[in-house]
Ligand binder design. Structure first.
Ligand code: FEO
Length: 164
C-alpha cells in the first residue's frame, strides 16, 4: 500500500517535471530567436524528455491506485543571457531536481516502500546524466564559446545530434 505522503511528493514531482519541460521550451524559443538553432533543437528535445519524466510518474501513481493531482504549472521565470549563463542556470535547476528526487527516495526509505524505491532509482540515474550533460556543455562553452566560429560549430553539432 502506497502512503498519502509518497503520493503527495510524487504529485509534486510531476509538476516539477512538467515545469522543467516549460523551462526548456522557453529556453529553446530564446535560442531560436537569436539564431542558435542547434541549441534550440537540443533544448526542445530536453523539454520532450521532461514531459516523458512527468508521464512516467503519472503512470506510477495510476499503477499504485493513487490519486493523481495535477497542479498549476508556473510560468518559467528565467532571465536569458549568454549560452554559458543559460547553461549554468540549467545546471542549477537540474541540481534542484536531483535534490527533489532524493527527497522522494528518502521518504520511500523511511516508509520501507520498496516499490517506490525501485521505481525512483531510474530517476536517480537519469539525474546523473542530466547534470553531466549540462556540465559538458558549460565546459565546452567556457573553452570555446567566446569565439563566434567555435560557437557556430558547436551549434551545428548540437543540431546534428538532435533527434528531431
Ligand atoms: Fe526530469 Fe531534467 O529532470
Amino acid at each position: 500500500m502506497i502512503s498519502e505522503r509518497i503520493i503527495n511528493i510524487i504529485n509534486e514531482q510531476i509538476n516539477r517535471e512538467f515545469y522543467s519541460g516549460y523551462l526548456y521550451l522557453s529556453i529553446s524559443a530564446y535560442f531560436r530567436e537569436i539564431g542558435l538553432f542547434g541549441f534550440a533543437h537540443r533544448t526542445k528535445e530536453q523539454a520532450a524528455e521532461e514531459m516523458e519524466h512527468g508521464m512516467k510518474l503519472f503512470g506510477f501513481i495510476i499503477d499504485r491506485n493513487g490519486k493523481v493531482e495535477l497542479k498549476q504549472i508556473a510560468t518559467p521565470q528565467f532571465e536569458m543571457g549568454s549560452p554559458v549563463e543559460i547553461y549554468q542556470k540549467i545546471y542549477e535547476h537540474e541540481k534542484m531536481i536531483t535534490e527533489a528526487i532524493m527527497d522522494v527516495a528518502r521518504f520511500a526509505e523511511e516508509e520501507c516502500d520498496r516499490t517506490t524505491l525501485s521505481f525512483i532509482d531510474w530517476y536517480i540515474n537519469e539525474q546523473i546524466e542530466e547534470e553531466r550533460s549540462a556540465l559538458d556543455i558549460i565546459k565546452r562553452l567556457k573553452a570555446f564559446g567566446d569565439d563566434r566560429a567555435s560557437l557556430f560549430l558547436m551549434d551545428n553539432e548540437l543540431n546534428q545530434y538532435s533527434r528531431n
